[in-house]
Write a protein that binds this ligand. Structure first.
Ligand code: KIV
Length: 296
């Protein structure tokens, strides 16, 4: 007997293949915009996967978006690994990057490599990201790359060191600062990073640096010249209070929908509209009669 179903359907989209580093670089070479989004759990990962994004970042922004800290500084490696494992379980196609949290890579190359290994071995990440383009970050990036783990750099506004940068504000807005960012980006590229995030820098500064960048540049508040864009999941879907940064474009107001849903549920419970007969389970009449006769 044949095991072939009588109607055989090809997968809906045969062009979708798991994202790899060569495919990412091919996208840059072809000028195809690269799409990256953050995710922190199984449902956000499933949404990113189904939407066909190229890269998913388990950002340390999860400290604020899902763990409720007031900055990214306090989140621990173990906390981010829990989020990364849940995200991994929800992904098939996108390339998964884990964000090294503050304090988990700065002390030594050994510490940085050990932390990166945990993201790969315990959470199934394909790569890690670290912040900053100064001497220490470049050295750590090189050490992790040499250990065989792909690294994404991150320059411009680096939230882990926002206090030292004077707060959450755009960077590179004078010639000296723009030159420093350009040098950092090139240094991270030379250290072997496969890609780099430019955050909150003037569009014209990105445009000026781009000809020197052989690796894909992913922008967030860095203008349209970057090879791709990243947004924080909760910002783009409106699962947050307040407006967010200038560069955020909202594609939903899910927090409003969530509040409306829970409010309607609470109202239905309080007015006894929920649960209705359709939500209940039945029992055979005879079983019920026996139960009632036995029950005091
Ligand atoms: O943690 C994060 O979400 C990030 C992105 C903004 C790039 O680092």
């Amino acid at each position: 007997m044949s095991t072939m179903p009588s109607t055989f359907h090809l997968p809906a989209d045969t062009s979708r293949l798991p994202m790899t580093l060569p495919r990412l670089h091919e996208k840059k070479a072809l000028g195809e915009p690269i799409v990256m989004v953050t995710a922190y759990d199984y449902p956000s990962a499933r949404a990113a996967d189904s939407a066909g994004v190229d890269l998913v970042l388990v950002g340390d922004s999860g400290a604020m978006t899902v763990l409720g800290y007031d900055s990214t500084v306090a989140v621990t490696l173990d906390e981010l690994l829990v989020l990364a494992r849940a995200t991994r379980r929800g992904l098939k196609m996108p390339f998964l990057v884990g964000d090294l949290p503050f304090g988990s890579y700065e002390i030594s190359d050994e510490q940085a490599v050990a932390t990166a290994f945990r993201f790969v071995k315990e959470a199934g990440c394909d790569a890690v990201k670290l912040e900053g383009g100064g001497e220490t970050s470049v050295k750590r990036a090189r050490a992790i790359v040499n250990a065989g783990i792909p690294v994404m750099g991150h320059v411009g506004l680096t939230p882990q060191t926002a206090t030292a940068l004077g707060g959450y504000k755009a960077q590179g807005r004078n010639a000296g600062a723009a030159t420093r960012i350009a040098r950092e980006a090139v240094a991270l590229q030379e250290a072997g990073c496969f890609s780099i995030v430019f955050e909150a820098i003037p569009s014209a500064v990105t445009e000026t640096i781009m000809p020197k960048m052989e690796i894909p540049v992913i922008g967030i508040g860095a203008g349209p010249a970057a090879d791709g864009q990243v947004l924080v999941y909760h910002d783009l879907l409106g699962i947050r209070e307040g407006r967010g940064a200038k560069f955020v474009q909202r594609y939903g107001d899910l927090l409003d929908d969530m509040i409306a849903g829970v409010t309607a549920y609470a109202e239905d419970v309080r007015t006894r509209r929920y649960p209705g007969p359709e939500h209940g389970y039945s029992i055979e009449v005879s079983e019920l009669a026996e139960f009632r006769s036995e029950w005091p």
